[in-house]
Design a protein around this ligand. Structure first.
Ligand code: NAD
Ligand code: GLY
Length: 366
């Protein structure tokens, strides 16, 4: 039976358009998502934490199909080439034909890896994203970026491969650790901060509801962020322009994650601190006002996100990590800078002295 009308956002990409369904009870609503399958073969990819919690809800809906499951270990280290090869082996063992579909049940790690395996099998088969973290619901499951890490760095290998549908069942958030939930909120704030002032104001008035994980507020926040991202992706699917703006907070954020060896901060936490550092850099360069930075800081703090640079992160090490950012061009730093709430732009050739000054100031103030 269908669950009561989920909120639906369409990602408009011509023949490759797809719905993002956001609501409750959606994993068990097989009638809805099975309508997006084209063939008889299904491989469900999940991990060892999520599968015991939610795999049954999905596999109950697979009656009459030829399906199997493939589980990976939990954690970023498992977003590897070796695991793509194992997933492809599972597709081979299933006898998957070109109309087969991969179901990605989990957070961003599972979604990125399973999507990449789908992009590779027979040069591209369907996949459906079934995100179970807030971060995956509001960001990684939408837009078709798939891929894996290499020892040389994160997300260095991948493909743009859009899903056939995204099934964001917020019931799964009940078991998500609260720190992971808050990290997902950082990506929600990012969307509002760079592109939607009214949404930012809405977040400010719904902090208590979001902290309490009130279902209506959570659905509304996911929907608004997904609608914003879907618009950006529809206009710039393969990141030749506007899509790069989604990296606000990510240059400093990735550097913080790297220098913390991916153990100190979750991705969303790095983005929260990174947004504030990029806001301060924008202020320093005369592009935004201190009052906006303070509004951003206050909202992030009220949502339980870190707003200061953790100890043990020297500015020189952070700058060295920033020099390796994928956005840089011709050896020069290239960052998304802020015009205050609701606007931003990408700026080339940022002086390292300005970056270091912002880092020193932030570390002294912390
Ligand atoms: P994750 O997939 O590692 O999930 C976080 C943790 O929550 C894991 O331990 C996971 O097992 C657990 N978990 C997941 N769902 C759960 C649930 N419902 N209940 C209990 N535990 C649950 O991390 P993430 O934050 O979802 O995703 C991060 C990944 O996403 C990174 O690899 C990042 O590079 C990628 N990413 C991709 C894009 C994109 O556009 N493709 C965008 C942002 C991030
Ligand atoms: N998370 C950034 C993007 O999808 O482009």
């Amino acid at each position: 039976m269908n669950s009561p009308s989920p909120l639906t956002i369409d990602v408009s990409l011509g023949a490759r358009s797809y719905p993002v369904w956001i609501g409750r009870g959606l994993l068990g609503d097989a009638e809805r998502w099975r309508a997006r399958l084209r063939g008889r073969h299904v491989l469900v990819v999940s991990n060892t934490t999520v599968a015991p919690l939610y795999l049954d809800r999905v596999t109950r809906g697979l009656d009459g199909l030829r399906w199997s499951q493939h589980l990976i270990g939990d954690g970023e280290a498992h977003k590897s080439f070796a695991n793509v090869e194992h997933a492809l082996g599972a597709l081979a063992a299933l006898g998957a034909t070109r109309d087969a579909c991969v179901l990605a049940l989990g957070g961003g790690v599972v979604g990125d890896l399973a999507g990449f395996a789908a992009a590779c099998w027979m040069r591209g088969i369907d996949f459906i994203q079934m995100p179970t973290t807030l971060l995956a619901m509001v960001d990684s499951s939408v837009g078709g970026k798939t891929g894996v890490n290499l020892p040389a760095g994160k997300n260095l290998v991948g493909a743009f491969h859009q899903p056939r549908a995204v099934v964001a069942d917020i019931d799964t958030l009940a078991t998500l650790p609260v720190r992971e939930y808050r990290a997902g909120l950082a990506e929600v704030v990012k969307g509002a901060a760079i592109g939607d002032e009214a949404f930012f104001a809405w977040l400010e008035t719904h902090v208590d509801a979001l902290n309490a994980q009130d279902a209506a507020a959570v659905i509304a926040a996911i929907a608004r962020k997904v609608r914003y991202k879907a618009g950006v992706v529809a206009r710039d699917e393969t990141e030749h322009g506007e899509r790069a703006l989604l990296n606000f907070g990510h240059t400093f954020g990735h550097a913080l994650e790297t220098v913390g060896h991916y153990t100190t901060l979750l991705h969303g936490e790095g983005v929260a601190i990174g947004m504030l550092l990029e806001a301060r850099l924008s202020e320093r360069l005369g592009m935004s006002q201190g009052a906006d930075t303070e509004r951003l800081r206050r909202l992030l703090a009220r949502l339980g996100l870190p707003v200061t640079v953790p100890p043990g992160m020297p500015p020189d090490a952070l700058l060295a990590a920033m020099r390796l950012d994928k956005k840089n061009l011709a050896g020069q730093l290239r960052l998304v800078l802020w015009h205050g709430i609701g606007g931003c732009e990408i700026v080339n050739g940022i002086a390292e002295t300005d970056v270091l000054a912002v880092l020193h100031e932030a570390i002294t103030a912390a």
